[in-house]
Design a protein around this ligand. Structure first.
Ligand code: FE2
Length: 299
C-alpha cells in the first residue's frame, strides 16, 4: 500500500523544521490511489445529493443557516460541498452533473468509510506524527478534494492551524496528490519558512446566541488581515500521483484554480496532539458529539 516503510531521516526532520513542510515522493502506490479514487466515485454516485437545493436556498437567512449547519456538523459525517463555478445563481441550479460539480467531501471519511479509514490510520502516519513531535496523534478530520478540470476553485492562502486550532499549536497536515500536479491543474504552493511567524487567526464558531463561524485575530496587536501573507517566496510543488506533502500547522500554503482539462484530486487529513497540556477549544468549528471522539493513530 505504502512504499514508506522506514522512519523519517534526521535530514527530513530537519528539513520539516526549517521549511515547514516535507514531500515524500511515491508514498502510496498507484493501486492504493486508484482504489481511493474508485471508492470516492462510488460514494458520490450512491449519495443522496438532493440536499443541494437546501444548501443553495433562495432565502438568504435560511440559506446561510442551513449551509452553516451542514458545514458545522460535517466533522461527524460525510458531506458534499459544491464548486461555486458550478452553481448558476440566477437559474438556482447546478450547471454540471453533481458528480462533476463537487468541490470536496468532508470531514469524517476517516472514521465513517472503511476504505479511507484503512489508509488514514496507519503505522507509517503514526510514526511520522511522533517523529515530528506529537505524543498522542488524534485524527481530527479528512477531506477528499476534487479540483475538477475547468471548474476547480482556488484555495486561498491559509495556515491549517487557523482551522484545526489547538493551544499551543500542534496540528500536522497530510496531503496526498491523487493526480500528477502541475501549475495548470492547480498544484499546491508553499511559502517555505513561513511557519516561524505563528498562527495569528482562529476560525471558530460564533458564541451563542449568534450562529455560524467567524475568523478572529488571536494577536490583535499585529493588526493583520487574514490572507495578508507575503507570497513572494512561494514555490509550486509538482507532486506526482501518490506523493505525500506533510504540512506544519503554521506554514502558509494555497492552490490556484484549475483551468486545465485535467483533474487534480487530493486526499487530506489533519492530526492534532491529544497529549496532556494541549487543549482543543470547544469554540473550534469542528466538534464531535459525545461518544464519537477523535481517535489516536496507534503504532
Ligand atoms: Fe490547508
Amino acid at each position: 500500500m505504502s512504499s514508506f516503510s522506514t522512519n523519517l531521516t534526521v535530514e527530513q526532520i530537519a528539513s520539516f523544521e526549517r521549511d515547514g513542510y516535507l514531500v515524500l515522493e511515491n508514498f502510496w502506490d498507484a493501486h492504493t490511489v486508484d482504489s481511493l479514487r474508485q471508492r470516492m466515485h462510488d460514494l458520490v454516485c450512491s449519495a443522496d445529493l438532493s440536499n443541494v437545493e437546501t444548501i443553495f436556498s433562495t432565502d438568504e437567512g435560511n440559506r446561510a443557516h442551513s449551509r452553516d449547519s451542514y458545514f458545522l456538523e460535517s466533522g461527524r459525517a460525510i458531506r458534499y460541498f459544491w464548486e461555486q463555478k458550478a452553481w448558476d445563481p440566477v437559474a438556482k441550479k447546478l450547471t454540471l452533473p453533481a458528480t462533476e460539480a463537487i468541490n470536496k467531501v468532508g470531514h469524517g471519511l476517516h472514521d465513517l468509510d472503511p476504505v479511507f479509514e484503512k489508509v488514514s490510520y496507519t503505522k507509517q502516519i503514526g510514526t511520522i506524527c511522533r517523529q515530528l513531535g506529537q505524543v498522542k496523534p488524534l485524527l481530527a478530520q479528512s477531506m477528499y478534494i476534487f479540483k475538477h478540470a475547468r471548474v476547480g476553485g482556488e484555495v486561498t492562502p491559509h495556515q491549517d492551524g487557523t482551522f484545526l486550532y489547538t493551544e499551543p499549536q500542534s496540528c500536522i497536515g497530510f496531503w496526498w496528490a491523487l493526480d500528477d500536479c502541475t501549475k495548470e491543474n492547480g498544484c499546491l504552493w508553499i511559502v517555505p519558512g513561513s511557519h516561524k511567524e505563528g498562527v495569528p487567526f482562529h476560525f471558530k464558531r460564533k458564541s451563542p446566541p449568534d450562529f455560524g463561524t467567524e475568523l478572529v485575530a488571536t494577536e490583535p496587536s499585529l493588526n493583520r488581515t487574514h490572507g495578508d501573507w507575503n507570497l513572494d517566496s512561494a514555490i509550486p510543488l509538482f507532486t506526482s500521483k501518490g506523493s505525500l506533502v506533510v504540512l506544519h500547522a503554521a506554514v502558509v500554503h494555497f492552490s490556484n484554480e484549475n483551468n486545465s482539462d485535467k483533474s487534480r484530486h487530493a486526499y487530506s487529513i489533519h492530526v492534532v496532539d491529544g497529549k496532556e497540556g494541549i487543549t482543543y477549544p470547544q469554540s473550534n468549528w469542528l466538534q464531535r458529539p459525545d461518544g464519537f471522539p477523535f481517535r489516536e493513530i496507534k503504532l
